[in-house]
Design a protein around this ligand. Structure first.
Ligand code: CP
Length: 338
């Protein structure tokens, strides 16, 4: 694809060379994310960060990524602090905010809303999650993390064995990740969820059409015995009619150190897009895994900054100028690693 000036709305926009290009640029962003160097390449540029659903990682890491490239960030969070609460349309909001910004990131609870917004925008729009539909930058950082974690074992993404666990019906991260994995070869995917929260059939069909092996099960322990990656997800409470309904699914796919030790191959990598639900009743991904070196969830979140820097650099066409506007940092910098 041509990145310059493009909206990033769905992972379906990418082919495999696009993914390699994004990852190559993300790798080149490491000195800046690690604060070894500072670049001002986007000095004068403004990111409009519009998040109409709660977010910690996506909103802040898009903002940090833009700041690390030298740009400024202006934000609105929640409908109540936006004129949408007064009845303003997405069309009008997009026309107005794209006059103020050079690029916009947006999260919205309705599927397709970010694409609708992008149609009216005069600047590129990056989808930060639209309902249960897609979360493209998350899928890119997930795949980037998988690539990095497997590289240390001399493995690539082709031939990957992965279990996706939890609420696969509403989880937009796993929808986007499955679509991305279609670009690779011979992937073995085990989908672990209650039948009511199964991965949408069209996504399963598309993975099988791409030549991948797809198994569907409700049995966690069997599904994690033979995988490189165990990717857990949260029950997406906000997509259910009531908390009580969501509660009926909690704890069915609990992963803790004891289960990991008993069932997983040594060095199986544990991933989760986060937030993990750490309330006692959630029983999702236990804190006793925190010292497990194969728990990649925080490395995964860190990688989000690199991938989002890469997306900005590509969409705003400054990849070749990032180093030209760089200098050393002149302040104390703790031993940050990625
Ligand atoms: N993974 C993710 O989208 O996290 P946030 O909801 O905190 O942005």
């Amino acid at each position: 694809m041509i990145f310059t000036g493009s909206h990033i709305l769905s992972v379906e926009q990418f082919d495999r060379p696009d993914i390699e290009r994004i990852f190559q640029v993300a790798d080149a962003m490491q000195p800046y994310a690690l604060r070894r160097k500072v670049t001002r390449v986007l000095e004068g540029a403004i990111l409009g960060n519009m998040f109409f659903e709660p977010s910690t990682r996506t909103r802040i890491s898009f903002g940090c990524a833009f700041n690390l490239l030298g740009g400024e960030v202006r934000e609105t969070t929640g409908f109540e602090s936006s004129a949408i609460a007064k009845g303003e349309s997405l069309y009008d909001t997009a026309r107005v905010l794209s006059g103020f910004s050079d690029v916009i990131c947006m999260r919205h609870p309705a599927e397709g809303s970010v694409a609708e917004f992008a149609e009216a925008s005069r600047v590129p729009v990056l989808n930060g999650g639209d309902g249960a539909n897609e979360h493209p930058s998350q899928a890119l950082l997930d795949l980037y993390t998988i690539r990095k974690e497997l590289a240390s074992k001399n493995r690539g993404i082709d031939g990957l064995r992965i279990a996706l666990i939890g609420d696969l019906k509403h989880g937009r991260t796993v929808h986007s990740l499955c679509k991305l994995m279609r670009l690779f070869k011979n992937v073995h995917i085990t989908l672990v969820s209650p039948a009511e929260l199964a991965m949408p059939e069209h996504i399963v069909d598309d993975m099988r059409s791409a030549g991948h092996t797809v198994a569907v099960t409700e049995d966690l322990t069997q599904s994690i015995t033979n995988v490189d990656i165990a990717y857990s997800t949260r029950i997406q409470e906000e997509r259910f009619a009531s908390k009580a309904e969501a509660d009926t699914y909690r704890g069915r796919f609990r992963l803790n150190q004891s289960i990991y030790t008993q069932y997983c191959e040594p060095n199986t990598v544990i991933m989760h897009p986060l937030p993990r639900d750490s309330r006692a009743e959630a029983n999702e991904l236990d804190n006793d895994l925190n010292q497990n070196p194969n728990l990649a969830i925080f490395r995964q979140a860190d990688n989000g900054v690199l991938v989002r820097m890469a997306l900005f650099a590509l969409v705003l066409d400054v990849v070749d100028q990032v180093d030209k506007y760089a200098r050393d940092v002149n302040w104390y910098n703790s031993a940050r690693t990625l």
